[in-house]
Write a protein that binds this ligand. Structure first.
Ligand code: SAM
Length: 251
């Protein structure tokens, strides 16, 4: 059926392309892609010989209008260089305008680095906020972090190796030294997840720059609340009880 198909591709492991995603890539009249060289490899893997057109949300409006027009009678697939389109990737305006024009829009869901990292992190997964890439400038980065510091949710960031140590240090300063996880090269040969406090992870990244593609997950505030006075007294009373019990046993 004609319309827009949002196709999730792999995030590193070609075998993660779903059979249904491959089928749509073979059937599409046109595949809208970020980078034709990157997507040519995936199309080859899927056994697709379909034509590609480069698409970005900042592309000329006429490029988008032409794709919307084609969706009326043709199958238009939207594919990113990696993972799920629209997630720190192009596509939002295409979906918005396709809906505005009354086109059929559907998705072939699949890999997404943000979701994969939440599942790997060991941090609370019931509430989380995807933050994408932090702004590169210190002031804007601090503002973005301050805005979410009070939120009772895990936070997910995309990051690059060279910027990891500085970003993690800024996070520790703005959010407090929370538990965190750094997931890199998910689904690839050198997949690795490091866990620790933000300051520990920052120090580790400063000592040795992590390579490859990276997602940082930060736990919500107050995961381990500092002991207050009542807790200390209760713990003391419990220890004294245990001590006198063991003394009684040894008498
Ligand atoms: N649309 C993609 C998705 O669904 O995850 C994300 C695209 S964004 C431009 C690319 C960023 O995603 C990378 O800089 C990295 O932070 C993260 N990423 C992509 N693949 C990854 C992988 N295999 N392991 C860890 N992070 C990855």
């Amino acid at each position: 059926a004609p319309g827009l198909y949002i196709v999730a591709g792999p995030i590193g492991n070609l075998s993660d392309l779903s059979p249904r995603a491959a089928e749509i890539l073979r059937q599409a009249d046109v595949v809208a892609v970020e980078d034709t060289r990157v997507s040519a490899k995936l199309l080859r893997h899927a056994g697709s010989d379909r034509p590609m057109v480069p698409y970005h949300d900042h592309s000329d409006d006429r490029v988008r209008a032409r794709l919307i027009e084609r969706m009326a009678s043709e199958v238009v697939a939207l594919l990113s260089d990696a993972g799920t389109p629209l997630i720190s990737d192009p596509g939002y305006k295409l979906v918005r305008d396709a809906r505005g024009a009354g086109r059929a829009v559907t998705t072939i869901p699949g890999p997404c680095a943000a979701i994969a990292a939440v599942t790997l992190s060991g941090l609370p997964s019931d509430r989380f906020l995807f933050m994408g890439f932090l702004p590169p400038k210190t002031k804007a980065r601090g503002d973005a972090l301050a805005e979410v510091a009070g939120l009772r949710a895990s936070l997910i960031f995309y990051e690059s190796g060279p910027r990891c140590a500085a970003s993690l240090a800024d996070m520790a300063a703005a959010l407090g030294d929370r538990p965190a996880a750094l997931c890199r090269e998910i689904s690839k040969a050198y997949e690795e997840t490091l866990t620790g406090s933000l300051s520990e992870l920052s120090a580790a990244c400063a000592a040795k720059e992590p390579r490859g593609e990276i997602v940082i997950v930060v736990g919500p505030p107050g995961e381990k609340p500092p002991a207050d006075e009542d807790d200390v007294e209760a713990a003391l009373a419990e220890a004294l009880t245990r001590l006198s019990a063991s003394q009684a046993a040894s008498e």
